[in-house]
Design a protein around this ligand. Structure first.
Ligand SMILES: [Zn+2]
Length: 114
């Protein structure tokens, strides 16, 4: 279950940001995951809620967004969103693709009260 490890890392960052911004509590956290990170949202919500207990973010609402996998074809420069993780350019059939989205773990925003 790699969700727990990721949740703990992100909570570490959230705590740091909350401290820097002098927040009394964190009310909402927006997180984006690339699809290739293979996060199961229900599992992530569950482990996040467990891991924030006793922290500044304990009552924060968690909003997750899963970003689709995107490639640009190095041969024809076509940009492709891939759903089934079949890494072939639909336009020219080349498999020489460059990943441009799909591996990110991003805290998009943190909201809180001072
Ligand atoms: Zn192509």
């Amino acid at each position: 279950m790699h969700e727990l490890k990721i949740a703990e890392e992100l909570i570490g960052i959230i705590k740091q940001v909350a401290e820097e911004e002098n927040l009394k509590k964190v009310t909402k956290v927006n997180i984006q995951f690339g699809k290739m990170i293979m996060i199961v949202p229900d599992v992530f919500h569950f482990v996040f809620d467990g891991a924030v207990k006793g922290t500044i973010a304990k009552n924060a609402r968690l909003h997750l967004e899963i970003l689709p996998v995107k490639f640009v074809c190095k041969k024809c420069r076509e940009e492709t969103e891939i759903d089934d993780l079949l890494f072939v350019c639909p336009l020219c059939g080349s498999n020489d693709l460059e990943l441009i989205q799909g591996r990110e773990t991003v805290i998009e925003s943190i909201e809180g009260e001072k």
